[in-house]
Design a protein around this ligand. Structure first.
Ligand SMILES: Cc1cc2nc3c(=O)[nH]c(=O)nc-3n(C[C@H](O)[C@H](O)[C@H](O)COP(=O)(O)OP(=O)(O)OC[C@H]3O[C@@H](n4cnc5c(N)ncnc54)[C@H](O)[C@@H]3O)c2cc1C
Length: 418
């Protein structure tokens, strides 16, 4: 794949029209926290029938999960729709990434809020939950009737999320008592459903680092659970980020994902890692959206802004900026196309490849957006001209879903075989 197909271009144009009509006029309200992103996210879903597609996919996933539990044993991970794990995705990756790219022309925060709710929260419940848990929480998350959060990061852990985790789950009768705090949680302030990771405290002297990681599903309003107001932050203002505090939160075993303490069967470390490749590919698509927007805005500005009687686009130093942005766009687009093509062929990027893609795309989007600010001069520093917002938003690509430095460690590990 080296360019979008005719069908993909039709989808892109339809999503682009939606974004121009439903997102662009609201960017200022979203930026100032006067409007939450959830209404727009839901409208996107219903407008394009994504909620019905999610319902259909859910029915297949549930059926497959039931068949697996009835047949091969209780601890297998269901595949999407019961298809063999390596069957081609029929172009689904492209249809997921096109809206991401288009939304990021204006509002990467909406994509973050949506990606966490659907990709991480719903995705984890649907991949690792029992049929009853899938029905109780998975469907409403997948259709976006409910908003989800996915909580692993803690004030003392971050990049060392699993090892450094201190949140605890202590057996208590037929359930668990949960304690701990999480930070930087996307949708944390408003989530209806929270996927929460904690270490099993079974009273043994196993060092905390080595304890089992369990995954729980929590409902907003559970006694002992506090969802903080949103943080003020550098960018991504349309994506609310907050803290969670758990103090003796009592949940039944039915809240333990997979209803098993077996890490391979339920949540645990593997459930957290399940998401790495898709998440990193998603961030690369977000980066492409920002790069495309910055390039288009910069080309227009280079034509329009006149100094010494000439458009600044006549200056070679300005042309160099535009040319480098175009090189960046081509490179990141090709990485995204490769991911789409692999998915269509039933293959997947390795973790190291996904890390390399994310590292390059994130750094490139930040560089392009900052160069766009430079090209716009004083106007670039003003919110009205949009590149300022995109530059602040793009910076987070280098931090979440694994920092640049963590991507480097994953790439190097694969290269060195360590
Ligand atoms: C807007 C936003 C939304 C987020 N949403 C979520 C969410 O929904 N759920 C969730 O669980 N988390 C979320 N996060 C958290 C995010 O995943 C973490 O911020 C990220 O993993 C980095 O952790 P940290 O911030 O604690 O930084 P730290 O881990 O403290 O890192 C500090 C610095 O040390 C560097 N460093 C760390 N380890 C190494 C190493 N081994 N080698 C070299 N350098 C290293 C880092 O790269 C970084 O530069 C979000 C973060 C942000 C900013």
């Amino acid at each position: 794949m080296f360019e979008w197909s005719a069908e993909q271009l039709m989808v892109r144009d339809a999503v682009r029209a939606f974004v121009e009509k439903e997102v662009k006029p609201h960017v200022a309200e979203l930026e100032h926290g006067d409007l939450l992103p959830y209404g727009i996210m839901r409208k996107l879903y219903t407008t394009f029938g994504m909620d019905q597609l999610a319902r259909d996919r859910f029915a297949r996933q549930l059926e497959a999960r039931r068949r697996e539990l009835a047949g091969a044993g209780a601890h297998q991970t269901p595949t999407d729709g019961g298809a063999p794990a390596r069957q081609g995705d029929g172009g689904a990756a492209a249809m997921t990434l096109i809206p991401i790219i288009e939304l990021c022309h204006y509002c990467p925060g909406i994509v973050t809020a949506m990606g966490v709710s659907i990709g991480l929260a719903a995705g984890t419940v649907l991949k690792r939950g029992t049929p009853a848990q899938m029905e109780r929480w998975g469907l409403e998350l997948a259709t976006m009737e409910k908003i989800g959060a996915w909580a692993i990061t803690e004030p003392g852990s971050g990049s060392d999320a699993l090892g450094g985790m201190l949140a605890s789950a202590r057996r208590d009768g037929d359930g668990y008592l949960l304690n701990g705090s999480k930070t930087f949680i996307t949708n944390g302030p408003y989530a209806d459903t929270i996927v929460f990771y904690a270490k099993l405290d079974d009273g043994s002297d196993t060092p905390v680092r080595d304890r089992k990681v369990l995954t729980f599903v929590l409902d907003a309003g559970t006694p002992g659970l506090v969802q903080s107001p949103p943080f003020a932050k550098m960018g991504l203002h349309s994506s609310p980020t907050g803290e969670l505090f758990l103090s003796d939160v009592r949940v039944g075993r039915d809240h333990l994902l997979g209803e098993t303490e077996d890490e391979a069967g339920g949540g645990g470390r593997e459930s957290a890692k399940d998401n790495f490749v898709q998440e990193r590919a998603g961030v690369a698509a977000m980066a492409l959206g920002v790069i495309e927007a910055c390039l288009a805005l910069s080309v227009d500005y280079a034509r329009e802004r006149t100094l010494w009687g000439q458009p600044i686009g006549d200056r070679q130093l300005v042309q160099l900026k535009l040319a480098k942005m175009e090189v960046a766009r081509l490179n990141v687009a090709n990485l995204v196309f490769r991911h789409i093509e692999l998915s269509a062929a039933g293959k997947q990027l390795t973790l190291a490849e996904a890390s390399a893609m994310k590292l390059y795309a994130a750094q490139t989007a930040s560089e392009v957006a900052m160069e766009a600010v430079q090209l716009f001069g004083g106007n670039g520093y003003m919110s009205e001209f949009r590149v300022e917002q995109l530059a602040r938003d793009a910076k987070v690509f280098q931090i979440y879903a694994g920092t640049d430095e963590i991507q480097v460690t994953h790439i190097a590990k694969a290269l060195l075989g360590t």
